[in-house]
Design a protein. Sequence first.
Length: 246
Amino acid sequence: MTEAALTAADVQAALRAVANPADAIHLQRFFKTGPGEYGEGDVFIGVRVPTSRGIAKRFAALSLDEIDALLDSAVHEDRFAGLIILNARFAKATKPKTFDDVARAEMVQRYLAAVRRSRVNNWDLVDASAENIVGPWLLDKPRDLLFELAAAESLWERRVALLSTFAFIKSGDATTTFELSERLLDDRRDLIQKALGWMLREVGKRIDQRLLTGFLDKHAANLGRTALSYATEHLDAELRADYRAR
């Protein structure tokens, strides 16, 4: 189908056709939607991630306006599908044969607008999108945007900042990950601690373990217990115990 023929309602209908109420109950617990929890008030209809991805693939030509409509839905799976479609559109506009920097810029702006209006508002939504949209966009650009996001009070904006650096790590660059990590050392919120430790671990795993241990030599004593546990996961037992003892 052409872009003009597809709508957000078509995607929603496809998701609802496979929704499972029992899975919805499980997902609402798993993603902490209760009072006072990080996903408070989020609504699930019960569509698992592989199924959501399969449906999103069928709607790869969905327009940006219709993607925005999905991102503004109260239903978590709608927002997830919208982000997966946006990922695909961004990836296509990044390929050499179909490269379109104007389109890429618009997609980044729309994504950031959704983040800032709290539509990318759970860890799975952030983790499925930040490294695929913001990260690749900033590979060859100044990265001030990430420090602005990291300075925001919003848990999700800060996690977007950290997860965006995964794209840099995969290209062999740990500098921005380290700079952001230093700025977020004191944020003890669990989902920031996990993201921080995860990205540090990936530096050691994908680039050079000596870079990771050099960072830990300076900062292990100030890292939260969760971040330190994640960061040292792939170190040998003796070294891991030494850092965790700090």
